[in-house]
Design a protein around this ligand. Sequence first.
Ligand code: NDP
Length: 600
Amino acid sequence: MADEQGFEAMDFVASAGVDLDGVDLEALGRRYREERARRVDDDRAAFVDLSGDRARYAADPFSAPEPRAPVADTVELVVVGAGFGGLLTAIRFREVGFTRIRLIDTAGDVGGVWYWNRYPGAMCDVDSLTYLPLLEETGYVPRDRYAGSSEIRAYARRLAASHGLDDLALFHTTVTGLRWDEDTAHWVTTTDRGDEIASPFVMIADGNFNRVRIPAIPGLGDFRGHSFHTSRWDHAYTGPDLGGLARKRVGVIGTGATAAQVVPPLARAAGHLVVFQRTPSTVGVRANRPLDPDALAGLEPGWQRERIRNFTAIVSGRRQPVDLVRDGWTDYHQAAPVPRDDEDAAAAARRGNLLHMEALRARVDAAVHDPVTAEALKPWYAYFCTRPVFHDEYLATFNRPDTTLVDTGGQGIERFSEAGVVVDGVEHPLDCLVFATGFTYGTPYTEKTGFDIMGRDGLRISEKYATRFSTLHGLMSRGFPNLFMIPGGNMQSSVTLNVLYTLDENALHAAGVAARTRELGARCFDVEADAEEKWVAECVAHARDNAEFLESCTPNRFNAEGDLSRRALASSNHPLPVLEFFDLLRAWRDEGSLPGLELG
Ligand code: NDP
């Protein structure tokens, strides 16, 4: 059945024609365990320090800072980070009466990850009508079902301009310190441009993927060719249409969500492309297509909220009577098998997962002609062990005579040489190497922010979080009054794959708390010790719930690279499913007395 946009339901497993009748489930379980075992390695997540001459891997190739005088003033709110988290924070604070809001970002403009990620093929794989915030307010109709990076960046720019957020914004500016001044009840934000800005409230919205990760592979400095990270695409080298690669041997390290998008255009452009794989991704159906320009005409007010909630409920594992999005994300849950008489819900879910993985492996066989390459591209782990990837060209790209897959058997690159990359003793000569190796994850909080925060009585956040992460609502922390920190990962908050939904809910929550603090005539709030303890305890208890699944997975960032003992329990998310979680925060705000906060 087609939806209002004409999109067909997928039922991926049924259309793949797979079943488990002929599958030796014991052998399959053994295979999953073996694949995990051969990848577990203490060093697999090590990355290099990007200082000195390696700083170029994280430098901004897109715009250069203009000289300007340092700023010293007082505003109502400082927002660290001008990605969608920062933009939505500023917009939600404006809605509750804050006007002097200063966004600060290292980047040269708004957009966050979409400022940085301009590699060919970059697009968001959450459907654009669900992903792009405030479509009802802006009346904007996305061009495609899945929006490309440049469209998303332009939309972020449009939000900033239409909400008057440019006037006070400081770009190409990196925050270097944040200090609470008890006498004035203001934060003082300092930057690398000599700025000193006071504000009663601060939000840190610096994103999950804000630190480039270049893996610590021996010999990086030996490589004489050109190299860069996907989030710092070197258009000067490749040419805007990649024409500069026509006679080049190009290598890509990584086969995650970014690599799946960048490999097909690179293969078309390069003289020869070599893709180095450590763990194959699960690559599902994308089915992108242009949206009807009248797509939003006639929709009832509130349609986007309904769509977001519908999508979020489904991808949280709760089948809905209607699937408003109907894509690979929702199909997995909507078309999941219902329990048979001999099964409970968990057994049916495991069967659904096995079937889905069989269908994904069958998709590889259908797309890739060479059986050895096809075998190497098959993922042998449970669905959702890694972040699902969707692409309709990636797998077939390996049929091209000018594209080679180098499977490292789960071990990763051995070393760099002057001429290229060495795997299993074999040197692969390259002119250019593209690191599609992602971003650091799970590092200590102040390594992620890049600065320390000094709260009440000289308390530093690095000291407070040295032994465990500790918050109320994942957003506020005792000793740091009037400060909001949108959590990285899932720390003591709730996440869903449509990250912008959670960013907006965090923004609404922070704006609500700040506005109520003002209404109640207080200069500041701080978190009560008991309330924070209770919140942390609930999250820690939940951390143990999904340990069994995570421990069965091949190593990756969700399971602390295969060793859960490395994951601080307190860095877990809250036990409530995401919609209920944010409904709980909303109800807490509506109650009005800010329970668990001390007002001063
Ligand atoms: P990821 O961290 O997901 O993937 C990094 C890749 O590099 C993996 O394939 C990894 O292998 C590989 N790798 C790392 N070190 C080595 C090594 N030493 N040798 C060989 N291979 C190595 O990064 P991405 O940039 O793909 O994605 C980052 C995040 O961005 C993802 O979480 C994704 O959600 C998000 N994203 C979102 C998109 C969207 O549409 N919204 C689009 C693109 C990305 P291994 O798997 O073995 O660790």
